[in-house]
Design a protein around this ligand. Structure first.
Ligand SMILES: NC(=O)c1ccc[n+]([C@@H]2O[C@H](COP(=O)([O-])OP(=O)(O)OC[C@H]3O[C@@H](n4cnc5c(N)ncnc54)[C@H](O)[C@@H]3O)[C@@H](O)[C@H]2O)c1
Length: 252
């Protein structure tokens, strides 16, 4: 039986990387999709990919940083599909590479805005809708950088630690409904975000490989499989967790 049969699922950052891979898995598991991204072309490509497999999906061009964007996103989803069962709050940016003393306030505001504040705003409006339905499942994308130090990325690390705070707090607040709220903490995963960094410093690939006991980077699909499970009724007693999907990175 498909894990997400007839559920309506929203994915932010669905135009690339982990968001796109997860959207494809959601579709394989029977969900109808709202694919949201700042990059309209990327989101449209994802929608075209799932439409080929017979899934109903819409694109929403949206900058999650903009005031009102999260509310409008949920409104568009509900106007089109009548409900919202699952949400994957995943849009994110890496920000600058700099040690704490050299890092900038502009980078802090940008990274914390996209990677943390927007997750809160998306949850706020998703939960308002899920409360009307008396059910729902949310997964937020944190990171291994939310579970430990992230040298050269203090704003990113703070934002991802913050995502775990948002996740646990909302999970407890709405556990009795139940609206389940969980987070995935990917290890370094092969996506355009990481490949751009490796292209600038090719020696980093070997460094990243070595950091993971499995000796390789993650694949976006490997994160998406965990997200689909967390969103599904198969995970009906799972809420408030920060699930590493990291090839053993955090086990060391
Ligand atoms: N790739 C990794 O190694 C890794 C590891 C841990 C966590 N993550 C997290 O996974 C998530 C997805 O990253 P990815 O690696 O797939 O990167 P990616 O760059 O391939 O995809 C990110 C997507 O988010 C979209 N986006 C960025 N800012 C946005 C905004 N303001 N509004 C709407 N959409 C926006 C981008 O357009 C892009 O399509 C991010 O939250 C990232 O921090 C990635």
């Amino acid at each position: 039986m498909a894990l997400l049969k007839d559920k309506v699922a929203l994915v932010t950052g669905g135009g690339s990387g982990i968001g796109r891979a997860t959207a494809l898995i959601f579709a394989r598991e029977g969900a109808k999709l709202v694919v949201a991204d700042l990059n309209r072309k990327g989101a449209e490509e994802t929608v075209a990919m799932v439409a080929k497999a017979g899934t109903e999906a819409i694109t929403v061009e949206c900058d999650v940083l903009k005031p009102g964007a999260a509310e409008e996103l949920v409104r568009r989803a509900v106007n089109h599909f009548g409900r919202l069962d699952c949400a994957f709050n995943n849009a994110g940016v890496a920000g600058e590479l700099a040690r704490t003393a050299e890092s900038t306030e502009e980078n802090w505001d940008f990274v914390v805005g996209v990677d943390l504040k927007s997750v809160w705003l998306c949850m706020k409006h998703e939960i308002a809708q899920m409360l009307k339905q008396k059910s729902g499942a949310i997964v937020n994308t944190a990171s291994i950088a939310g579970l430990g130090a992230n040298p050269l990325g203090i704003a990113y690390s703070a934002a991802k630690h913050g995502v775990l705070g948002l996740t646990r707090t909302a999970a407890v607040e709405y556990a009795k409904i139940p609206i389940r709220v969980n987070a995935v903490c990917p290890g370094v995963t092969q996506t355009p975000m990481v490949e751009a960094g490796i292209a600038r410093r090719p020696s980093m690939r070997a460094v990243f490989n070595k950091l993971h006991p499995m000796g390789r980077l993650g694949r976006a699909e490997e994160i998406g499989e965990a997200v689909a499970w967390l969103c599904s009724d198969a995970a009906s007693f799972v809420t408030g967790v920060a699930l590493p999907v990291d090839g053993g990175f955090t086990a060391i």
